[in-house]
Design a protein. Structure first.
Length: 202
């Protein structure tokens, strides 16, 4: 058994459903699946590609553990949590694409994985505290989507559009000075003495 297409009527995949199916290379999961159990595809060492439907809310313990031929994985925006060992020992995994808000990740989700993890630029849930290694070595890189939905990693970040705080100009009012009041009645006329020039004697 190398390829499987799960019928559209299926909405849940039980734990360990395809565990250790070492010849399985490809599996198609219908969009209506909302649950994939623990270890469902664990140790499917030949599995090279898989789609996680946009409706699955959690990736359980060891779901894709040791899928050593898996090269990339897309985490849809419906996923809110990823449990321990979900992708541990996926040694060929080089690209992890996250859509939507940052899910809750436990310590060893990507144990022994060396990959680039892409997260949506401008999404405030992707903080520095989220962007850890989770047991592997992850290089976190932001991306944007073009009009066709393609991932673009080479782009110019949008500058901060924070408007400067408006400050009112300081108005300096002129200092009021009162004119000096003078009482005209207090002004004494200048005294002039009699003509002191004496007439010459004749």
């Amino acid at each position: 058994m190398t390829s499987i297409t799960i019928p559209d009527s299926v909405t849940k995949i039980g734990g360990s459903a395809f565990y250790n199916c070492t010849s399985l290379t490809n599996i198609t999961i219908p969009d209506d699946v909302t649950y994939i159990g623990s270890g469902a595809f664990g140790y499917c060492s030949s599995l090279s590609g898989i789609n996680i439907p946009d409706g699955v809310t959690s990736i359980e313990w060891g779901t894709f553990q040791a899928c050593s031929m898996l090269t990339s994985i897309t985490i849809p925006d419906s996923v809110t949590s990823i449990d321990d060992f979900a992708f541990q020992n996926c040694n060929s995994l080089t690209a992890i694409h996250f859509y939507g808000d940052a899910p809750s990740l436990t310590n060893n989700v990507f144990g022994s994985v060396t990959a680039t993890a892409y997260y949506p630029y401008g999404n405030e849930t992707w903080t520095e505290s989220v962007m850890e290694n989770y047991g592997g070595t992850l290089n976190w890189m932001p991306y944007i989507l073009d009009e066709d939905g393609n991932v673009i990693t080479d782009f110019d970040p949008i500058p901060d559009e924070t408007e400067p705080e408006e400050t009112e100009p300081e108005v300096t009012e002129p200092e009021e000075t009162e004119p000096e009041e003078t009482d005209p009645l207090e002004t004494e006329p200048e005294e002039t003495g009699p003509d002191e020039t004496e007439a010459g004697e004749t």
